[in-house]
Design a protein around this ligand. Structure first.
Ligand code: PMP
Length: 445
C-alpha cells in the first residue's frame, strides 16, 4: 500500500431542504436517545459494493457497513436475487410450519460453529439472541447470576442492558439478573494494563477465581471476543480459554457473543472465540448483524442438552422467516465461496499497517488496534491518556466531508474511531479510505 495515487479531497454537496426537513420530523417523532451521526445527518438512498449515496447525490466509501452489518457488499446481486425470488413466492409462514431455508441455514451454521451436537435457534436481532442465551444458561444452571465483562455491550432489551458493562449504553440498573463484571476485556487500560500478556491473563484469572469464591454459582460468563461498541478492545489471546477452564470447574457456561466478530471479519479466524480457545468452542454462541447482510437475522447455537433445557414452548414469530433465511443462505454462500475471511485478513492487515504508519507521529492517537477488518483508532487529548470524544467527532465530520463513513465507540466517552467495511473491500478502496483518514486525523489535531 502507498504505491497507488492518492485521490484529491472531494467536495460535499450541502444538505438540501428535503433532508433538513426530514431531520426536523425525525427529532419531533422519534426518541431523543436514538442519536444520529453528524451535525447534518445523512439520508442514505442506495448503495453498491462498498459505496453508498445520499439524497443530495453525494457518494461515500462505507467503512462502517451500517454497524458491521453489510458484511459482503451493498446490493450484492446474489442476495438481492435470493430475496426478490423468495418475496415473489412467500415472505412469511411462521415457525409452525416446516421451513426448508431455515433448516438449510441452521445445518450450515451448526457445522461452522464448532459446537458438538449443535442446535440453532433463529431470532431477529443480536439482542434477542443474547436474551435467549441468557434464558438457556440461567434455566440450565438454575441460577440468575451472570458474569459479564467490563466495557461490554450485548443489546438493548431489559435483560441485555442488565449485563452491559458500559454506562453509556445502560439506561437502568434494574435487572432480573445478578451481574458481576470481570476484568480483562480491555488490554491497555485498567489496573492490569502495565502487565505483560501472560501476567495480565494470570491476574484476570486470579481475579475471576477470587470472585467465584465469593458468589453462588453463576450460570454463565458472557463475553464479546473483541468488544464492539466498547471500541474494538480485546484481551490477550487465550484469556477466555483460561477463564473457561476455571468456569467449568464450577459448572458455569461460557457464552461467546459473536454478533460483531463472527463470519471471518477478524481475518485470522472465522469466529472471534478461536483466537482464545484452539482447544474447543464455547458452550453457547450468539450471532446476528453480518449474516443477513441487512436482513434481520440473529441466533443462538448451543449443545443440544443446553438448548433443549427449556420445558415449555418458545417461538420467535419472525425469527428464521423464509425471506431472511434466503438472504442469509445466499450471503453465507458468497462469503465462503469468495474466501472473504481471507480477504479480511489480507486487506485488513494492509489497512492496519497503513493506519499505524500515518498515525505514528500523532500525539492524539493512543492506539491503533484490531484484527482483519475490525480496526479501532483510540484518540486522546494530546500528551494525556484522557479520551477525546470531540476529536473523534471532528474526524467523523471531516471524513464524511471527504466522502468516507466510519463509526465510533469506546467506553462512555466514544473516542475510538471504528473501521469495519464490508469484507469485499479492495486494496484500492482501503488506500483511498486511509488517505482520507490521514487528512481528517491531521486536521483534528
Ligand atoms: N451484541 C453485540 C456484541 C453487539 O455489538 C450488538 C449490537 N451493536 C448486539 C449484541 C445487539 O444486537 P442488535 O442491535 O441486533 O439487537
Amino acid at each position: 500500500m502507498g504505491l497507488l495515487p492518492r485521490p484529491p479531497p472531494r467536495r460535499l454537496r450541502r444538505a438540501g431542504a428535503a433532508v433538513t426537513d426530514l431531520h426536523t420530523r425525525h427529532k419531533a417523532v422519534l426518541p431523543d436517545w436514538l442519536t444520529l451521526y453528524y451535525e447534518d445527518p445523512i439520508e442514505i438512498t442506495h448503495g453498491e459494493g462498498r459505496h453508498v449515496w445520499d439524497t443530495d447525490g453525494n457518494k461515500y466509501l462505507d467503512f462502517f457497513g451500517g454497524i458491521l452489518t453489510t458484511m459482503t457488499a451493498h446490493a450484492l446481486p446474489e442476495v438481492t436475487k435470493a430475496v426478490t425470488e423468495q418475496a415473489g413466492r412467500i415472505i412469511h409462514t411462521s415457525t409452525l410450519y416446516l421451513n426448508r431455508q431455515m433448516v438449510d441455514l441452521a445445518e450450515r451454521i451448526a457445522q461452522l460453529s464448532g459446537i458438538p451436537d449443535a442446535r440453532v435457534f433463529f431470532t431477529t436481532s443480536g439482542t434477542e439472541a443474547n436474551d435467549t442465551a441468557l434464558l438457556l444458561a440461567t434455566t440450565h444452571r438454575q441460577s440468575n447470576q451472570i458474569l459479564a465483562m467490563r466495557n461490554s455491550y450485548h443489546g438493548r432489551s431489559f435483560t441485555s442492558v442488565g449485563i452491559t458493562g458500559n454506562k453509556g449504553w445502560s439506561p437502568t440498573s434494574l435487572t432480573p439478573l445478578q451481574t458481576q463484571y470481570v476484568h480483562g476485556a480491555v488490554r491497555t487500560r485498567g489496573p492490569y494494563a502495565h502487565l505483560d500478556d501472560t501476567a495480565f491473563i494470570t491476574a484476570c484469572v486470579d481475579d475471576l477465581k477470587d470472585l467465584l469464591g465469593h458468589t453462588r454459582t453463576p450460570a454463565a460468563l458472557i463475553a464479546e471476543p473483541i468488544q464492539g461498541v466498547g471500541g474494538f478492545t480485546a484481551p490477550p489471546d487465550g484469556l477466555y480459554a483460561a477463564f473457561r477452564d476455571v468456569l467449568h470447574q464450577h459448572g458455569t457456561l461460557w457464552i461467546a457473543d459473536e454478533v460483531q466478530t463472527g463470519w471471518g471479519r477478524t481475518g485470522e479466524h472465522f469466529w472471534g472465540w478461536q483466537a482464545h480457545a484452539a482447544s474447543g468452542p464455547p458452550d453457547i454462541l450468539t450471532f446476528a448483524k453480518g449474516i443477513g447482510n441487512g436482513m434481520s437475522i440473529g441466533g443462538v447455537v448451543a449443545r443440544a442438552d443446553i438448548m433443549n433445557t427449556l420445558d415449555s414452548n418458545s417461538i420467535s414469530t419472525f425469527g428464521g422467516s423464509p425471506i431472511t433465511m434466503a438472504a442469509g443462505l445466499a450471503n453465507l454462500t458468497y462469503l465462503l465461496e469468495h474466501d472473504l475471511q481471507g480477504n479480511a485478513r489480507r486487506v485488513g492487515g494492509l489497512l492496519i499497517e497503513r493506519l499505524r504508519a500515518i498515525t505514528a507521529h500523532l500525539d492524539g492517537v493512543r492506539e491503533v488496534r484490531g484484527r482483519g477488518l475490525m480496526i479501532g483508532i483510540e484518540l486522546v487529548k494530546p500528551g494525556t491518556d484522557e479520551a477525546d470524544p470531540r476529536a473523534a467527532a471532528a474526524v467523523l465530520e471531516t471524513a464524511r466531508r471527504e466522502g468516507l463513513l466510519i463509526g465510533k465507540g469506546g467506553g462512555h466517552n466514544t473516542s475510538v474511531l471504528r473501521i469495519a467495511p464490508p469484507l469485499t473491500l479492495t486494496v484500492a478502496e482501503a488506500e483511498e479510505g486511509a488517505s482520507i483518514l490521514e487528512r481528517a486525523l491531521n486536521s483534528a489535531q
